[in-house]
Design a protein around this ligand. Sequence first.
Ligand code: SF4
Ligand code: SF4
Length: 189
Amino acid sequence: MTELNARENQKANPFLSEVAQASGEKISACFQCQKCSAGCPIAYAMDVLPNQMLRHIQYGHREKVLTSNTIWICASCYTCSVRCPNNIDIAKIMDTLRALAVHSEFKPGEKDIPIFHSAFLDTIKSRGRIHELSLILQFKSKTKDFFKDAALGWKMYRKGKIKLLPSKFCGGKKEVKEIFNAFEKGARQ
Ligand code: SF4
Ligand code: SF4
């Protein structure tokens, strides 16, 4: 796609413009070589492969993209970004799509993963580091799935992997607060 065609396509396609602007990536430059999907370690579990994701964005298929399970099971390993011959940072695009999906009208393609992300961030926000038990309790109270993995949790507790009490805030409380404030301000804009 030429630069002129790409610009015209973005004008006619608000979703493409939105994702391109929010991610800062040249999505129109993707020519479907599929190197991203060939290297993705999670591709087998995705309902839309990374190269297909780029194509759907180019076509403006907003609902298809924002309701896919792909954006939630992407492990942000950056293999796709490193392999892309056009230097498109696909992992960054996946990040952008997660943020857009959270603020969209659609139900997420994976129910529990966004809840886990949110519980994880809440723990970091309040303590500056992860406290597994708080994370588990918050996650379970939101998913209402109290018994799944209970045996594993008990096993981890017995091996000292789950502490009952959180450690003290590890320093940098002000900085952590500033990071979250900046993020929340950006998300509202
Ligand atoms: S960043 Fe996500 S999409 Fe890219 S290779 Fe890793 S898991 Fe796959
Ligand atoms: S590797 Fe890059 S150019 Fe190739 S399909 Fe993936 S995003 Fe498109």
